[in-house]
Structures are given as C-alpha cells and as structure tokens.
Write a protein that binds this ligand. Structure first.
Ligand code: PRP
Ligand code: URA
Length: 215
C-alpha cells in the first residue's frame, strides 16, 4: 500500500523543496566525506525543524518597539529536543540555534546488529515534570523500532505532544509509527522505497551514525 493511503497518513509530511533535494543528493552519495555529510545533515535538519515547529503553540506577549507597544506571539510552554544517540546528534544544532531555550534530553538507543531490534542504554529523564512538547531527532527511520522506543519513553515521562523528525524514512517505519502512535506527527525529507534484508533503507545513505562520526 502506498504510504499516502496508510491510516494516519495525514500525520506525515514529506518535504518537497528544491534545496532539500539538493542536500539529499550530497548526503546520499557514498563518497561524501564526514565533514561535508555533517554540513548537509545540519542544513536538512534546519529546514525540517522550521517545518516541524511551524504550528507550535504560541501565546500573546506585549512588546514595546521604538515606535509603540504592540502585541506579539512567543512560543508557549517547555519544548524538548530528544536526539536518539548517536546519529540524532547530527540534527541538534538546528534546533538549539532556532529555539535557544530548548531543553535537550538525550536518548541512548542502538539497533542490535543481528535482530535490528532497538536496545535502550541511556536516558536521564527525571521521574516527573515532563516538557509540553518533544521533538524526536533521528536522521533515519527504518523499521521504526528505535523511534517507537523513544516515543514510548517520552510518553511514559508524560510528554503530551511529540513530533518525529527524520531526514530519510522507510515506508515500514512510517507504518509502524502511524499505527502505534496516531497522535505523533512525522516530518521527513524523503520517504524511500524499502528496507533491504539487513533492514537498511534503500536507496538510503548507509549507516548514518558511522557517516556523521567517521567511524
Ligand atoms: C540507526 C539510526 C536509528 C536507527 C534506525 O541507529 O540512527 O536510530 O538505526 O533504525 P530502526 O528504525 O530500524 O530502529 P544505530 O542503531 O545504527 O545506532 P548509532 O546511531 O549509534 O550508530
Ligand atoms: N540505520 C541507519 O543508519 N541506516 C539505515 O539505513 C537503517 C538504520
């Protein structure tokens, strides 16, 4: 079934943007070195973050310009970025640049190489006092196992509004998230064709963590 026919498809935004296509072409290329890969990931993260945060709740505030006092809007509530280690770190700076007050809560997850199942190894979430919004950051949404575990963790913390930001997504991962979490909006630069036998995204870009950190 095409991803736009899946239940919850209205919660999925695939960006259509010439600059996104340009950076994606460089990001995917196997001969792009790590230092350039990081730059392209940062550019794509910026565009993705701008789209994903467009409808965040705002509240009125009174501002005195040099000319008069007027009503403006400012972001409302506490906002978190939740990068999934390691590769999600490559998308952090766009968020901290865009929203300097943002809280960053790292989630340590890796995929078991044999089973492709996610393994949780780190978080420092407190037992209470959740943020009002959390943006989960991971360049790759493949089976969706890691993203689902991250979202579960944030929901357990009590976060009422969660957004998922991935540079590249596979139909399998989108289907898993839209069926398991119909309230979570997904923003991606590209929905790729499929997963291969090793659960890598095709055509994809390979292992995002290795490419960002040159390992
Ligand atoms: C990659 C990627 C995601 C996950 C996606 O991380 O950054 O977290 O795989 O796959 P999934 O949707 O099938 O769960 P990886 O496990 O390679 O860890 P790393 O970032 O530390 O290299
Ligand atoms: N993780 C990656 O880094 N790349 C993929 O294609 C799938 C999972």
């Amino acid at each position: 079934m095409a991803t736009d026919q899946l239940p919850g498809a209205n919660m999925v935004t695939e960006l259509s943007h010439a600059v996104v296509s340009h950076h994606l072409s460089r990001l995917r290329a196997a001969d792009t070195p790590a230092w350039q890969f990081r730059q392209h990931a940062r550019s794509l993260g910026t565009i993705l973050a701008a789209h994903a945060t467009a409808a965040l709740p705002t509240q009125d505030c009174s501002v005195t310009t040099p000319i008069e006092t007027t009503t403006c809007q400012q972001l409302k509530g506490r906002i978190a970025a939740a990068p999934i280690l390691r590769a999600g770190l490559g998308m952090i700076e766009p968020l901290t640049d865009m929203i300097p007050e943002i809280e960053v809560w790292h989630l340590g997850l890796y995929r078991d190489e044999q089973t492709a199942m996610p393994v949780h190894y780190y978080d420092k979430l407190p037992p209470d006092n959740p943020t009002d919004v959390a943006l989960v950051l991971d360049p790759m949404l493949a089976t969706g196992g890691s993203a689902a575990m991250a979202i579960e963790t944030l929901k357990k913390w009590g976060v009422p509004k969660i957004l998922m930001l991935s540079i590249i997504a596979a139909p399998e991962g989108i289907e898993k998230l839209t069926s398991q979490f119909p309230d979570v909006e997904i923003f991606t630069c590209a929905i790729d064709r499929m997963l291969n036998d090793h659960k890598y995204i095709v055509p994809g870009l390979g292992d995002a963590g290795d490419r960002i950190f040159n390992t």
